[in-house]
Design a protein around this ligand. Structure first.
Ligand code: 5FU
Length: 275
């Protein structure tokens, strides 16, 4: 691939999308390419974990629909924590319906995702209308969208021409689509390799990251931060590797793991910068 490795700071200066710029600037400022995925079901655990990992992350990823005792004040507190610790918010909603429906799901209902989530994501399976639908809500608010071009799970169907079509859809809507959930760089995919005229600058956020285990019992597959960064990904997404697997959250261990993954992600990036 003809693309030269560029620093987060350099990319931040040139990126046309406000949400992408904000994320790249945050990564550079905090020296963290770590996104923590906070997949816990109790409000207290959710907010305690975010308060503890906040200093170590550029982004907090949520699945708000799994919180048992959800109430709108959780969002206000999440926004306060985002300001206190200087991170952005990514609701991992994985929209997958027709444009009209996803626009309603994004703006309305109990969660009103568009009003607080800087970044969200969608499956490209319905075709470009899913982007148009979400953009009608998100673009005026300065939000950014990621397409799921690949997944981390064993046997994922998002491969080959599906991935390539996702990249083409993103390229055609790069005022709102800032990048992908994927397992490697998506820049240049589906283009003539000699065509360096209009370089892509898609962000790649990558789940399936773990330092201690290679997978779980339900098809998840893990790679190390170094493997992921070397494959051209920009942000490592870590869930259970940081907040643990037991019913009780050990908040000191969570803090230690967040710092461990931040350091691993950042040293992998620094190695690439020096090549
Ligand atoms: F799109 C994807 C994907 O391909 N794999 C994922 O694991 C999303 N995820 C999410 O990342 C998943 O929904 C979890 O929220 C998180 C990974 O959590 P883990 O505990 O690190 O496995």
């Amino acid at each position: 691939m003809p693309h030269k490795f560029r620093s987060y700071a350099e990319r931040a200066q040139k990126h046309p999308n406000a949400a992408a710029r904000a994320l790249l600037e945050t990564i550079d400022r905090k020296k963290s390419n770590l996104c923590v995925s906070v997949d816990v079901t109790a409000k207290a655990d959710f907010l305690n974990i975010i308060d503890v990992v906040g200093p170590y992350v550029c982004l907090v990823k949520t699945h708000v629909d799994i919180i048992e005792d959800f109430e709108p004040s959780i969002i206000a507190t999440l926004q306060d924590l985002s300001k206190k610790h200087d991170f952005l918010i990514f609701e991992d909603r994985k929209f997958a319906d027709i444009g009209n429906t996803v626009a309603l799901q994004y703006a309305s209902g109990v969660h009103k995702i568009a009003s607080w989530s800087h970044i969200t994501n969608a499956h490209p399976v319905p075709g470009p209308s899913i982007i148009t639908g979400l953009a009608s809500v998100g673009k005026p608010l300065g939000r950014g969208l990621l397409l799921l071009a690949e997944m981390s799970t064993k046997g994922s169907l998002a491969t080959g021409s599906y991935t390539e079509e996702a990249v083409k859809m993103a390229r055609a809507h790069n005022d709102f689509v800032i990048g992908f959930i994927a397992q490697r760089s998506m820049n240049g995919i589906g283009k003539n390799p000699d065509d360096v005229e209009d370089d892509d600058d898609f962000l790649v956020l990558t789940p399936g990251v773990g330092l201690d285990v290679k997978g779980d019992a339900m098809g998840q597959q893990y790679r190390t931060p170094e493997e992921v960064l070397t494959a051209g990904c920009d942000v490592i997404i870590v869930g259970r590797g940081i907040y643990g697997k037991g019913a009780d959250v050990d908040i000191q261990a969570v803090q230690a793991q967040a710092e461990r993954y931040r350091a691993a992600g950042w040293s992998a990036y620094e190695k690439l910068l020096q090549l």
